[in-house]
Design a protein around this ligand. Structure first.
Ligand SMILES: [Zn+2]
Length: 198
C-alpha cells in the first residue's frame, strides 16, 4: 500500500512536467519545426524555423539565405570556382545550378545563365534599395539565393547572380552528378554586364 501511495505521489509530481514536455513537442511540430535535413525531398517538410536553421547553417549562410543578406563581391568560395559538378541549396540540398551553365560575369559572385531545371528557383519582384530587381529563391525551402538579370550570355541572355553562401558544391562523378553537357560557357553576347549585386 505504501508503495502504491509513493507511486501516486511521484506521478502527481511528474505529471505536470510530462504534460509540459508533450505540449512543447506538439508546439514545435505545429510551428513547422518537423525534422528536415539537407537532401530531404518533400517540399512540405522543407519548412524550418530560425532556431533549427541556425543549427545547420553558419552565421553568414543564415544571414544570406534566411535574411536576404548579400555577401561582399569576390569573397565567396564559388565566384571563381571552375570544377565540374552541381551547386545545391546549402539549406535543403536541392539541385540549383550546374557547372555547365556557370560563366565568368566579372561581378564577383557566382553567375549562371540558367538554373539546373526550370522548377529549381522561383522569382520574386524586389524593389528594395531603390532598384527594381528580380530576386531568386530556392523553390523547395525558400532560401534567398540572389537575383536574376537580363544581361547574361546566350542562349538565355540571363544572369543568375548567386551568393556563394547559398550554395553547396557537389563534384561531378561517374554517377548522377555528372553535368549534362560540356562545361564550356557560351560566348558572351557582347552587351555590357555591370557588376550588379546578387
Ligand atoms: Zn533550398
Amino acid at each position: 500500500m505504501n508503495a502504491m501511495r509513493h507511486g501516486l505521489l511521484v506521478l502527481c509530481v511528474l505529471m505536470p512536467l510530462i504534460i509540459k514536455a508533450a505540449a512543447e513537442a506538439a508546439d514545435t511540430i505545429t510551428r513547422g519545426g518537423s525534422c528536415m535535413i539537407p537532401g530531404m525531398q518533400d517540399t512540405a517538410e522543407a519548412r524550418f524555423d530560425d532556431r533549427n536553421w541556425k543549427k545547420i547553417l553558419t552565421d553568414e549562410q543564415f544571414a544570406v539565405t534566411r535574411r536576404g543578406a548579400t555577401e561582399r563581391p569576390f569573397t565567396g568560395r564559388y565566384y571563381a570556382h571552375k570544377e565540374r559538378g552541381t551547386y545545391r541549396c546549402v539549406c535543403c540540398g536541392r539541385d540549383l545550378f550546374s557547372s555547365a551553365a556557370k560563366y565568368e560575369s566579372g561581378s564577383g559572385w557566382p553567375s549562371y545563365w540558367q538554373p539546373a531545371d526550370s522548377a529549381a528557383v522561383r522569382e520574386i519582384s524586389d524593389t528594395t534599395h531603390g532598384m527594381v530587381r528580380t530576386e531568386i529563391r530556392c523553390s523547395r525551402c525558400d532560401a534567398h539565393l540572389g537575383h536574376v538579370f537580363d544581361d547574361g550570355p546566350r542562349p538565355t541572355g540571363l544572369r543568375y547572380c548567386v551568393n556563394s553562401a547559398s550554395l553547396h558544391f557537389v563534384p561531378a562523378t561517374s554517377g548522377t552528378d555528372r553535368p549534362q553537357s560540356d562545361p564550356t560557357p557560351p560566348s558572351p553576347d557582347g552587351r555590357a554586364r555591370p557588376p550588379l549585386s546578387p
